[in-house]
Design a protein around this ligand. Structure first.
Ligand SMILES: Nc1ncnc2c1ncn2[C@@H]1O[C@H](COP(=O)(O)OP(=O)(O)OP(=O)(O)O)[C@@H](O)[C@H]1O
Length: 495
């Protein structure tokens, strides 16, 4: 098998790889590095934890060493934590170059960032919102001459006009960054290399390949299953009301059976994340939370404590589902069944990375069974049931529910919902929007949507009745159906 040197990388980079413990290139690195060095755009799709970061960092560093100037490369990431992780890979692998990197993410000092940008770093790693803010407010730096753009999947789709609503919400953790991405797109040069890697873009990437004008190199890992083989994927059917007792039971068992352990638990909202963190701490589990309602410094501190194994449990929203590489994670628990298979793939991909074993357990209520089917269809694998001693869960049920209620009351007293609302309003003001106007607009939009929905339902009902009456006429004499005369005239439609 070819080593890093055979891929066309210089000896200093091969040495850096060796020092980092990267002995042989992974398949995605083998496939993509030569094409990137040839100057081609690259779209790569490979499973989670398969080394996609080094697949673009290494050739970028190689090219930078041949013709160094700043700002040479722009990397966009969906989350702030991921920006720091990618910057670290650039820093370590690019050490002999004296690489200057710059991280531009929200929640950190804007003036300090502007100063750093004006010093022409070689590589800028940014989240779209904050970078767009800098582009709007400052003329002390330019990304007009970048050689490489490593966009979030969302940006690439926007460039090719194939982005849908779900993508926008998903890529941006429920904030629509379309406007920011447009600002960034207008600021980068047309002549550049674009490199895009993802674990979940197979279908879209194929679509993009057809649309792109400059014939990008397309690489896809060939595998019957879309998740990692070393990952044991389970589900646990639980009634909604006893979910938390099952969660506590699972953690307790895992703690009893393992010396060295670490778990990531994913929840669907910041509030649930916070409540469960408080609850697990009451049971003396060493837990830290990570969600977007926390201050950025608290987010970094939580992640650092978890990475250093001081805390064994990270309970997080989807801010932690993308790209985070924490090799010690053995188990991922989905406290809610993800609504989209993509999210499931990214979440469970936080374990079983780089050839390690791992386990994912998804708590499924009776209302989520269709979601599990959608996930299974997408990953092309059936989840197996996780066996649990129900009697043991029943023993702790009351205690868990009481503790949870106590935590809910405590959080309510701390005005969590109110703080969330204030944060939202602050964010809107920073984005130059009027919060009251936005609220009015949202309410109007909801009204129109509801009207549309009602109209659609009426049309469907009418069509069904018409169909039924036709069948009746063919079979037996029609019965009187006064309500079936609903017409499809435009006057019935939404305003
Ligand atoms: N050639 C290699 N040999 C051994 N380990 C490697 C190699 N390349 C990367 N790794 C390690 O594999 C781990 C996962 O890499 P990386 O974070 O780039 O995965 P990824 O494919 O981007 O995952 P995700 O889709 O979850 O973002 C990292 O700890 C990285 O150091």
């Amino acid at each position: 098998m070819a080593g890093f040197a055979e891929l066309g990388l210089s000896s200093w980079l091969v040495e850096q790889c060796r020092q980092m413990g990267l002995k042989q290139p992974t398949p995605v690195q083998l496939g993509c590095i030569p094409a990137i060095l040839e100057g081609r755009d690259c779209l790569g799709c490979a499973k989670t934890g398969s080394g996609k970061t080094a697949a673009f960092v290494l050739p970028i560093l190689q090219k930078l060493s041949e013709d160094p100037y700043g700002i040479f490369c722009l990397v966009l990431t969906p989350t702030r934590e991921l920006a720091y992780q990618i910057a670290e890979q650039f820093r370590v692998l690019g050490k002999p170059l004296g690489l200057k990197d710059c991280i531009i993410v929200g929640g950190m000092d804007m003036v300090a960032q502007a100063l750093e940008l004006s010093r022409k770093p070689h590589v800028v790693i940014a989240t779209p919102g904050r970078l767009a803010d800098h582009l709007r407010s400052s003329n002390t730096f330019s990304i007009k001459k970048i050689r490489f753009l490593v966009p979030t999947p969302c940006l690439l789709r926007l460039m090719l006009q194939v982005m849908d609503e779900a993508d926008r919400l998903l890529e941006q953790g429920c904030t629509d960054f379309t406007v920011d991405l447009e600002v960034i797109l207008a600021a980068v040069p047309a002549r550049r290399q674009t490199l895009l890697f993802s674990a979940t873009l197979t279908d879209t990437l194929r679509e993009l390949q057809g649309l792109a004008t400059n014939q990008p190199f397309f690489w896809e890992a060939q595998a019957p299953v879309r998740t990692v083989e070393q990952l044991d994927q389970r589900y646990l059917l639980v009634p909604e009301k006893v979910k938390d007792a099952y969660l506590v039971h699972l953690i307790q068992n895992f703690q009893d059976e393992h010396e060295d352990w670490s778990i990531i638990i994913f929840t669907n909202t910041c509030k649930t994340c916070q409540i469960l963190c408080m609850m697990l701490r009451k049971f003396n589990f060493p837990t830290v939370a990570l969600h977007s309602m926390m201050k950025q410094k608290e987010r970094f501190a939580a992640l650092a404590k978890f990475k250093s194994s001081i805390y064994r449990i990270l309970i997080a929203t989807d801010v932690a589902s993308r790209g985070l590489d924490i090799p010690t994670v053995q188990v991922v628990i989905n406290h809610n069944t993800p609504g989209l298979p993509k999210i499931y793939i990214h979440r469970v991909g936080r374990t079983a990375r780089a050839g390690r074993q791992g386990q994912a357990i998804t708590l499924v209520t009776q209302y989520d069974i269709h979601l599990v089917h959608a996930i299974e269809e997408q990953i092309k694998k059936k989840l197996e049931e996780f066996p649990v001693e129900e009697a043991q869960v029943l023993q702790i049920l009351t205690q868990v529910n009481v503790v949870r209620r106590e935590c809910e009351i405590k959080l309510e007293a701390a005005n969590f919902d109110e703080k969330k609302e204030i944060n939202k309003r602050k964010q809107m003001i920073l984005e130059g929007k009027d919060p009251d106007l936005e609220a009015k607009r949202k309410a109007e939009l909801a009204k129109i949507k509801q009207k549309n929905r009602r109209f659609k339902e009426k049309v469907e009902q009418t069509l069904q009745r018409q169909k039924a009456s036709r069948t009746d006429r063919r079979g037996r004499p029609p019965r009187a159906r006064p309500e079936a005369s609903l017409s499809l005239a435009p006057a019935q439609g939404p305003a």
